[in-house]
Design a protein around this ligand. Structure first.
Ligand code: ZN
Length: 389
């Protein structure tokens, strides 16, 4: 039973205790030498995976389907009529020897999945107190609190700058650049040329004759045709001028209090859907989903750690200098965003005189307990290790 009263049905309890994975079939008793084609496979009882290299073939397993000894590293232990047992190599029985046990295999796989999920739910239940403690620790962490308060004050004292930085959510500081639009000017010349040709036709004159073009052009100018203008055409482009780091300080720390409170609430209530109920009333998908709730909270706590660490980079004096350089780049920008200075850790709006001390105690955050929890309930460390091998 879980600490919250989630009770395993007798079948699920038996499933949790069942040894569905073995290192070697001999752990489950004697195996028949040969499984003749056409033999009824009553059930698939377990999977074996011998931890032996290709050089250690003596440790490999004999296969009842192909009858070869030391032939497979991975396979199944199957229950045969009259309570006997035999081994079938992983890809051997069904593919090569036409043993009909696809349905039994599917049932076995379903048992594996449910067993794994149930075991992970039990593990998550054991870890729940520790998760709540982690989240509480984050909420009580003095450095984290100060960081959240600092972001709050930053937005309040320097709203224009804050808005400008919020407009650069990737950290790229863009600036509007005025450029001569050569293409538009070329198109204008082409249009004018066409108009002169049309007008020449209308007036039944040849543009090749001296003075004709000038006369036709004067006529278009007199009619206020805009294509006769020689003024430059400008276009504006947003160009990255610089970038700043510690973006999460601006984008993520603004609602740090709320996020921590919400995370804490969720941590306190995770696995609640199982409370006081019996496992048999949950199908595999529902069990998995209930477990995912726990996983999501752990993942979010880890993400929050990362964001807090990233946010601290914002306060680096070199970073603040870059931001000041950016804001003071043009008179227009200075007018819109304001002028700032940074001295002895204090950031100051020169026009309004508002100031903020950006030096805070660095919060100490350790990911290790959360990572352990994460792997404990997802088993992903095993997957990672398998991938590395
Ligand atoms: Zn075989």
């Amino acid at each position: 039973m879980l600490s919250n009263g989630f009770e395993l049905s007798p079948a699920d309890q038996a499933l949790i205790d069942a040894q569905l994975w073995v290192n070697h079939p001999s752990e489950l008793g004697e195996m028949v030498d040969r499984i003749e084609p056409g033999t009824a496979i009553v059930d698939v009882e377990a999977m074996y995976h011998v931890q032996a290299s290709d050089d250690e073939r003596d440790a490999w397993v004999r296969c009842g389907a192909c009858g070869k000894s030391h032939n497979h590293k991975r396979g199944f232990v199957v229950l045969l009529p009259e309570g006997k047992r035999g081994t079938i190599g992983h890809d051997c029985g069904e593919k090569k020897h036409a043993l009909e046990y696809r349905q039994q295999l599917a049932q076995f796989e379903a048992r594996l999945v449910r067993q794994r999920t149930l075991r992970r739910i039990l593990r998550a239940d054991e870890l729940r107190g520790s998760l709540v403690a982690q989240v509480n620790g984050l909420q009580r962490n003095g450095g984290v609190r100060t960081l959240g308060e600092l972001r709050h004050d930053f937005g309040k004292r320097f709203p224009k700058l804050c808005g400008e930085l919020l407009g650069a959510p990737t950290g790229q500081l863009l600036s509007k650049v005025k450029l001569r639009d050569a293409e538009a000017e070329r198109a204008r010349r082409t249009r004018l040329d066409r108009k002169l040709t049309d007008l020449a036709k209308l007036r039944e004159v040849s543009r090749d004759k001296a003075g004709v073009d000038e006369r036709l052009l004067a006529e278009l100018v007199a009619s206020n045709d805009r294509d006769t203008s020689k003024a430059p055409i400008w276009r504006y482009e947003m160009r990255p001028l610089d970038s700043y780091y510690g973006v999460p300080f601006i984008t993520k720390m603004g609602r740090l209090d709320d996020r921590l409170a919400s995370l804490r609430r969720r941590a306190n209530h995770c696995l609640d859907e199982f409370a006081g109920r019996q496992s048999a009333s949950f199908d595999d998908k529902q069990l998995h989903e209930g477990l995912q709730d726990f996983v999501r909270i752990v993942r979010e706590a880890l993400r929050l750690h990362q964001e807090i660490r990233d946010a601290l980079l914002f306060l680096d004096p070199a970073n603040i200098s870059r931001i000041i350089t950016f804001t003071s780049r043009t008179p227009k920008r200075r007018e819109v965003v304001g002028t700032y200075a940074y001295e002895d850790g204090v950031f100051r709006h020169l026009g309004r005189g508002t100031a903020l001390d950006l030096r805070i105690p660095i919060p100490s955050l350790s990911d290790a307990p959360l990572i352990e929890m994460y792997f404990g309930v997802t088993g992903e460390r095993v997957a990672l290790r398998a991938a590395a091998e």
